[in-house]
Design a protein around this ligand. Structure first.
Ligand SMILES: C[S@@+](CC[C@H](N)C(=O)[O-])C[C@H]1O[C@@H](n2cnc3c(N)ncnc32)[C@H](O)[C@@H]1O
Length: 233
């Protein structure tokens, strides 16, 4: 690790948090090894191959078929699991918004977490992968100024990766007021000491958020690192 980053971690308290995570990892034997091949071995690969065959060459799925590169996406989602600390925590209730193919939830479930995904049903390919991975998925299009549906429980962790529901790359991209409504709504779904972990996509101007939105997130006590925005209660 570069010296500058080490020093920054010391000053921001990140060092203590990451030492804690490290210790928890050492003390807690994971329910399932976070190993790419061991995870892939649990998936019905014959059925996965059929999905790949159906969608890999389908022009209507072109934007999404990259999510069928299983090894690549399992690696990415192992990283996500580690970053959120789910590999070092007792069973958590997790809600993943815009859950896509479902890999994040799948791995979290292997580790013993209780997970629900939420997505639109516009992409048939994701319907098929989440069905294959036996993921509980609520079909619900997130809209500005519309609360999420009742989900019957509170969550310890709410995640959203590569967010598109904020009208990504569209003229009506969410601004501060849309995010304020959305975050207030998410707060109602959080258990005590719950966390919200968001990862934004790059917009047309090659930024993740305008400075006004970044300042708004900071005013809500977010920890921000590039595309990643973390809120802790
Ligand atoms: C870029 S993909 C990311 C998938 C997954 N989160 C990941 O990172 O692997 C965006 C996801 O958001 C979903 N999505 C897009 N608009 C949405 C909306 N309005 N409400 C809920 N989900 C939405 C898409 O169906 C897709 O699953």
């Amino acid at each position: 690790m570069k010296l500058r980053r080490k020093i920054r971690k010391l000053f921001t308290g990140e060092s203590l948090a990451s030492a804690n995570k490290h210790l928890r990892r050492k003390l807690r034997k994971p329910k399932f090894p976070l190993d790419r091949q061991r995870i892939i071995d649990t998936i019905n690969l014959d059925e996965f191959a059929k999905i790949r065959l159906r969608y890999e060459t389908d022009p209507a799925s072109k934007r999404w078929s990259k999510y069928l590169q299983l090894e690549h996406w399992i690696d990415i989602n192992i990283q996500r699991i580690r970053r959120t600390g789910l590999d070092a925590k007792p069973s958590q209730r997790v809600l993943d918004l815009g859950c896509g193919a479902g890999y994040f939830i799948y791995i979290a479930q292997l580790l013993g977490h209780d997970c629900v995904g939420l997505d639109t049903d516009e992409q048939r390919m994701f319907t098929e992968t989440t069905r294959l991975l036996e993921i509980e998925r609520v079909i619900w299009p997130i809209r500005p100024f519309v609360p999420l549906p009742p989900l019957g429980k509170k969550f310890d962790l709410i995640t959203a990766y590569r967010i598109c529901f904020n009208n990504h790359k569209c003229a009506d991209l969410w601004g501060v007021s849309e995010w304020e409504f959305f975050l207030d709504d998410l707060a109602k779904l959080l258990a005590p000491r719950g966390r919200v972990w968001l990862e934004l996509n790059l917009e047309r101007d090659e930024t993740f958020y305008p400075s006004e939105l970044r300042n708004f997130f900071l005013s809500k006590k977010a920890k921000i690192k590039g595309s990643r925005i973390l809120f802790e209660c």
